[in-house]
Write a protein that binds this ligand. Structure first.
Ligand SMILES: Cc1cc2nc3c(=O)[nH]c(=O)nc-3n(C[C@H](O)[C@H](O)[C@H](O)COP(=O)(O)OP(=O)(O)OC[C@H]3O[C@@H](n4cnc5c(N)ncnc54)[C@H](O)[C@@H]3O)c2cc1C
Length: 298
């Protein structure tokens, strides 16, 4: 049963920030509610005071200008899925939005809700980590900007302080020739939480890797970057041997657990397989349609 809770309904950001700070930090932002409502019903959420962000229309935007991409925190997964700009400029993120839940959930689930819930299976996180995204956090005291890599601190633990909310996610547009890929392995196609997911962002100049990011979901307490694999690739020609070594290092960055969706061993194995597959796809080149490709399975 859904417990009783209070929902404040501001219509401006300053009003929302005032409400978040006035209550001494024991009130939480409420965006699409697709995590919060099931958790309230299931007794996993103890908070009983929330600030609804639904009236803050100014936080729902995608901007591609001056070499940067900026996405407002209230942008829904459907907005990402429908955006040609996101498809063109951030195809791995677009692929993760496409593989995300079903139509109804996508229409209300927000990008910030996905990040701030702090789940290692959050689908948007691997692509955003592979893009070196920053997050903007606002409170009544002002703004701070953090690299996303320093935001998710542990299982459902984030760097959000009491009274803070996320207002924007941004990243520099990748260099020309960067290949961005995402793959989600679920127990069925569509409306499934990932067993494991992987995102790769790779810039190649005549097959030499000049930039590499590899991020894995559902393999540890948080989504992880495979930094040793990235370092191995840098400045080297992307050969089959190097791809195999990088895939091994990427699997080493994982610390998976057994759960109802898969065993620890299966996740370790598929981490290796997915990274190898995505790196091979990247080695095939940008393709005819543009500088990027994507890959997804729901
Ligand atoms: C049927 C179903 C299927 C799902 N499938 C998927 C899936 O395939 N992939 C996937 O990744 N997830 C999935 N989810 C989980 C969920 O939909 C996502 O995590 C979603 O992005 C959460 O966004 P929301 O706006 O609904 O967040 P909410 O539920 O409103 O909030 C989630 C958390 O984030 C905090 N929060 C929200 N916005 C902000 C903000 N701006 N600043 C600070 N804190 C904030 C809230 O306080 C809360 O702690 C599914 C959920 C359901 C019910």
């Amino acid at each position: 049963m859904l417990p009783r809770f209070e929902l404040y309904q501001p219509t401006t950001l300053p009003e929302a920030l005032g409400m978040l700070s006035e209550t001494g930090g024991n009130v939480r932002p409420f965006a699409g509610g697709t995590n919060l409502i099931p958790d309230l019903r299931g007794g996993r959420e103890q908070a009983r005071k929330f600030v609804s962000l639904a009236g803050l229309d100014d936080l729902r935007f995608t901007r591609f200008a001056n070499g940067r991409v900026e996405i407002g925190s209230l942008t829904t997964v459907s907005d990402l899925h429908r955006s040609h700009e996101v498809l063109r400029n951030a195809p791995a993120l677009h692929a993760s939005a496409t593989a995300f839940a079903g139509h109804m959930v996508r229409c209300t689930a927000t990008i910030a809700g996905n990040i701030c819930y702090g789940s290692p299976s959050a689908d948007l996180l691997p692509p955003l980590l592979s893009l070196d995204a920053n997050v903007t956090l606002a409170s009544a005291a002002g703004l701070r900007i953090l690299p996303l890599s320093r935001f998710n601190l542990g299982y459902k633990q984030t760097a959000l302080k009491p009274g803070e909310m996320m207002t924007q996610i941004s990243w520099p547009q990748p260099a020309r020739g960067t290949v961005q890929l995402f793959y989600k392995l679920g127990l069925r196609k569509g409306d499934a939480i990932s067993v494991i997911s992987a995102a790769v962002s790779l810039t190649l100049k005549q097959m030499v890797c000049t930039h590499a990011r590899i991020a894995l979901g559902s393999v540890a307490a948080t989504v992880v970057r495979a930094e040793r694999a990235e370092a191995l690739l840098l400045g080297r020609e992307l050969t089959e041997k190097l791809i195999g070594e990088a895939a091994e290092l990427a699997a080493d960055a994982s610390a998976p657990i057994d759960d109802l969706r898969a065993s620890k061993e299966y996740r370790l194995h598929t981490a290796r397989v997915l990274v190898r597959r995505l790196l091979r796809q990247a080695a095939e080149g940008p393709g005819e349609a543009g500088s990027t490709r994507r890959s997804t399975e729901g």
